[in-house]
Design a binder for this molecule. Sequence first.
Ligand code: SF4
Length: 371
Amino acid sequence: MFSLPASKAHIWGSRDGCRAWPSMVAACNLEEQPNEEREKGIAAHELAELVIKGRIDKPADKLNSAMGNGVIVDDEMVYSVRVYLEVVFGHIQKADKYGVEEEIPYEGKHVRVDFWAFYEESGILFVADFKYGHRVVEHVNNPTMLVYSDALWKHKDLRSRDYQFAIIQPRAFHKGGPARLWTPTREEYLEEMEAVKIARIECSDPNPVCRTGEHCTTCEARFNCQALGSAAASAVEYAYSNTVQNLPAACLRLELDLLRRAYGIMKQRITGLETQAEALLRSGQQVPGLRLKQKYSREEYTMTNEEIAAMGDTFGIDLRKPLAISTPNQAIKAGFPKEVMAELTTRHPTTMELSNADIDQNEINLIFGVK
Ligand code: SF4
């Protein structure tokens, strides 16, 4: 029997997700590969937990120190954890109950919930998911958080009637900002929860639907997936098929959308094949024309800052940096008044960037030649 981890529910459990994903991954019998970004995420969660549980005062207390998995805490991690903690501490102060990094039994396995808070009087259950990666995770209809809420409801004896879900993702750009809240109505919640339950049943069908989409980007089995291979082949064919150099302006947006989609599918296929080649090379097998090359981090001092500065002095060179101040955004997050900051800052126009705009009916008529 294959597993249906909540952390991967965006692949198997979303409305347009891939129901064949669990069996595909099980069939590939994959060994977990080293993943630098995943390790950084684990370290960021550990850092946040240390502060919430009062073992250190603030994230910066661990700056330049190694976390449990050896990842060194840098400025970016300190900043990201602070953003997450701002949300979490707001709930810790007001909620009747809360939990941090809890393992909760669910469907014969466990789910690990980053943070939850429960308000007895209103019956609101708040669930937060801290994401340290760069890939944008949508907060609305997020199947992973729906599974978390179901697990909490079943195993924590919380008589929740309403739900709030937050994705906190300081390193990914999203128009909604780094902390995004989804507050479904009761009907919306039940409807989406039902969709996840149906997806769970469809995954155990003897012939589950293999459906390509954005979710293939994080599928471990994509190197071995016929459906993705076919979609990528069609994308390659499409990319080669259009030789028109000067498309009419009205068709440019449509053509760009089609090629961007084809590019996304090809990218997923390429990264899938790269993963396969890497796995073979790591296990000691030969892959003609490819090899693994050792990469190195930036050069780092092996002495303390004070010792390095003193060494610089002996050569008559001042290695100390001039005073660095926070960016306007960091200052506002630290509590600097936004209105005062508006008086102190300005924005200079830089380059022009192509972006999608809403298309109105006249433009649709123009594209399809409707008079
Ligand atoms: S690559 Fe995409 S379609 Fe293929 S198994 Fe993975 S999620 Fe499903």
